[in-house]
Design a protein around this ligand. Sequence first.
Ligand code: G3H
Ligand code: 13P
Ligand code: ZN
Length: 330
Amino acid sequence: MVSYKDLGLVNTREMFEKAMAGHYAIPAFNFNNMEQLQAIIQACVESASPVILQVSSGARKYANQTLLRYMAEGAVAYAKELGRNIPICLHLDHGDTFELCKSCIDMGFSSVMIDGSHLPYEENVALTRKVVEYAHQFDVTVEGELGVLAGIEDEVAAEHHTYTEPDQVIDFVTKTGVDSLAISIGTSHGANKFRPEQCTRNAEGVLVPPPLRFDILEEVEKRLPGFPIVLHGSSSVPQKFVEIINKYGGAVKDAIGIPEDQLRKASKSAVCKINIDSDGRLAMTAAVREVLATKPAEFDPRKYLGPARDWLKELYKHKCENVLGSAGKA
Ligand code: G3H
Ligand code: 13P
Ligand code: ZN
């Protein structure tokens, strides 16, 4: 049993209190490897932003949970070495069982998500409550979810969102005791969040997706004043990365994300945590493809993973400084 407090990590409680009062959102960036983690820490130290490091169950399988935890511990020391002791939370993204959440809590995670959003309501409540009861003994914070995000990449339940039902949120938060709530208001996971035919074109010919359901967010805020809300699926899918990927042999088709102005608006509301994974994947892939295509004789991984790390760092800094408003808040 390892306490996150001994690793220099923090839970989300104070982060979210400050984000709510200061009208900004904390970035929650997923990581699976060293270069991603280096880029996140460099960017957040340079922009003086608090940060949530997210580990999905897929990341855990890919990289090993123990290794990822030591990397997060190392990230705390690395941030200090770079000159700023920023608040760093280590969070389980989309935990799907009590056992997975418990295992992460027992080995040093400071926050977990239990995602029961696909379950019938009462089962979601019971599972989430069980995780909260365990987590709170160790001062670990818990994120729950109500409503289902559409995912064009998913095999099932794909095309349509089940938006969060505002009339359920008080009952859910009261019965479960969660510290934050992820809601469904039109975002979705992956790089294909909207189909082109769902979008309109602006004067410059750029595709503009339908706006998020801020009316639902407002109804949730009315029922849970001051309660931290989380947005998943919040990558903006920068077209410059999609173009580079496709220019150098990629086939990322019809990739459309959440416009940055929508995320800026959400950051000023009760949304305290914004999840970004796909944008990092696109930046990294674009950099690697460009180097390999333009320098075909190169075979030192540092020569393509190094530029990928630099592109990632610029992306993360941009999120903190120009979108989420978390820069300068560490
Ligand atoms: O919400 C899902 C995250 O983007 C993590 O994705 O399960 O492929 O690691 P993953
Ligand atoms: P994106 O796929 O939009 O980056 O969302 C990531 C996410 O929600 C992780 O939980
Ligand atoms: Zn998610």
